[in-house]
Design a protein around this ligand. Structure first.
Ligand SMILES: NC(=O)c1ccc[n+]([C@@H]2O[C@H](COP(=O)([O-])OP(=O)(O)OC[C@H]3O[C@@H](n4cnc5c(N)ncnc54)[C@H](O)[C@@H]3O)[C@@H](O)[C@H]2O)c1
Length: 440
């Protein structure tokens, strides 16, 4: 936004002063291709990172709320409510500080009717004569391609209640500076909130659907890539998001489906809740099935076997390891007594460590964080590929094979590598969605 609207002043504030310090440094707190250049170009000009929250609230005409909305602890029901305490706290602060009309924009992903909660808090706590309009403008960017998604969005949704048309036009006028008008759509507030939850649920459902078919492929000797192609060429289905893998992860899919399940349950829509719960169950089963395959196929079991883990981020293009399948898989491998040598080009060591929480009787889990793929591979007997980083395709696999304990195994969770070449080199190569003996 700061890049595309050079005459608009953007102030980013956060209660976490370390994060703001990082945004003001050469080491930004998130990795995203192209982000550094944009921040460097606009920082200090029309893009300020600050901890002076009250000043920013006081001065602003529009406030975008992008606070985290994690899942609350589960009780015995299906799903989990989104934790909106951060948003509530923030609304109280805005109400207290504001002295003139402001547009409040929900950018965070929130359950349907959060707009009501926000409006009520603002109305009940505001200074006399100060009014607010509340809009929903969910963020659809995907980590790993965030800058491209922001510059060329498929759509921008602006939701508002009747009477907020003026505010919607103001927000629209910001996006119009780089997004074609026919891609900016307005709708009701509740529809906009639900469209975001539903989009994530549908995307995750597609991953679980193709992963469920990958299980069938492995059992019958079909090839998931061939099946995906055969399905994706149907224009009604389409080819995107049909790649089988170890499962979905990240900060959003899981929590947003949990939130949708919770919402459905609260509305008494039990069948709807059960339906979406199955998408999560399929995801967990895909990760466990991958581990089980490693256990079944490595002769002699995994105890004291050295495994090179290539990739820890929940997807390539990001350093984010929140809810990553790698965490689930590595913890299960550690439980089997394997020792792990983990390499990811972007995930900070601390994030990897924080994810490996398995507790073992009488021994410490054995894992080491490596800073290149060859360090992880040399001396290992097994390789598991858990993130589809391009650089793993560029590994010299002949050299890698010669440095491994034999027989050497590769379990490819993303079908990233050339199966026939690796088999020729002497690897036992298994990938998601194919039988280990290849196509039958
Ligand atoms: N990460 C994504 O790719 C993505 C994409 C679309 C939508 N979203 C949604 O955007 C929201 C934020 O996601 P995220 O991944 O950026 O979360 P995050 O945890 O990385 O960042 C949230 C930030 O909000 C700050 N914060 C919390 N309470 C605050 C308060 N009261 N005042 C000021 N700052 C406060 C935190 O310190 C943190 O830095 C979530 O609702 C998420 O579902 C995220």
């Amino acid at each position: 936004m700061a890049l595309k609207c050079p005459k608009v002043q953007f102030t980013v504030v956060d209660i976490d002063s370390k994060r703001i310090a990082a945004w003001n440094s050469d080491h930004l707190p998130v990795y995203e291709a192209g982000l550094d250049d944009i921040v460097r170009a606009r920082r200090g000009i029309n893009l300020i990172f600050s901890t002076e929250i009250d000043n920013a609230i006081y001065d602003a005409d529009i406030i975008l709320i992008a606070i985290n909305t994690p899942s609350m602890e589960k009780d015995n029901r299906l799903g989990a409510a989104a934790d909106l305490r951060g948003i509530e706290q923030c609304m109280r602060r805005i109400a207290k500080v504001a002295r003139h009309y402001k547009i409040i924009v929900e950018k965070s992903t929130v359950p349907c009717r959060t707009g009501d909660l926000i409006s009520n808090i603002l109305r009940q706590n505001s200074n006399p004569g100060v009014n607010f309009d509340v809009l929903s403008n969910p963020e659809f960017l995907s980590e790993g391609s965030a800058i491209r998604d922001l510059l060329y969005p498929d759509r921008v949704i602006i939701g508002g209640l009747d009477g907020t048309e003026g505010a919607q036009d103001v927000l629209k006028s910001i996006y119009s500076r780089w997004v074609p008008d026919d891609r900016i759509i307005t709708m009701g507030l509740w529809s906009s909130e639900l469209a975001k939850l539903a989009s994530n649920a549908l995307l995750a459902q597609r991953v679980s659907s193709i992963n469920s078919i990958s299980a069938v492929c492995e059992a019958v000797g079909a090839d998931i890539n061939e099946v995906s192609r055969g399905c994706g060429l149907d224009a009604r289905i389409g080819s995107q998001f049909l790649q089988a893998s170890v499962g979905f992860g990240g900060a959003c899919f899981h929590k947003d489906i949990q939130s949708l399940i919770w919402l459905s349950e609260s509305l008494g829509l039990h069948d709807v809740a059960e339906y979406w719960d199955q998408v999560l169950k399929m995801n967990e089963s895909q990760m466990s099935r991958f581990v089980q395959r490693v256990i079944n196929e490595v002769e002699g079991g995994l105890k004291d076997i050295r495994i090179a883990v290539l990739g820890f981020a929940f997807k390539s293009g990001t350093g984010d390891a929140r809810n990553t399948p790698a965490s689930h898989i590595c913890n299960q491998l550690l439980r089997q007594g394997a020792s792990l040598f983990i390499y990811d080009p972007k995930v900070p060591d601390e994030q990897i460590r924080n994810n490996l929480t398995v507790e073992l009787d009488n021994r410490k889990p054995q894992f080491h964080i490596c800073h290149d793929a060859y360090n992880a591979i040399a001396g290992s007997q097994v390789i598991v590929i858990l993130t589809a980083w391009d650089e793993f395709q560029a590994v010299d696999w002949s050299e890698a094979h010669s440095q491994m304990i034999q027989p050497a195994y590769i379990f490819d969770g993303h079908r990233l590598l050339d199966a026939s070449y690796l088999k020729q080199l002497g690897f036992h190569y298994a990938s998601v969605g194919t039988h280990s003996k290849g196509r039958i």
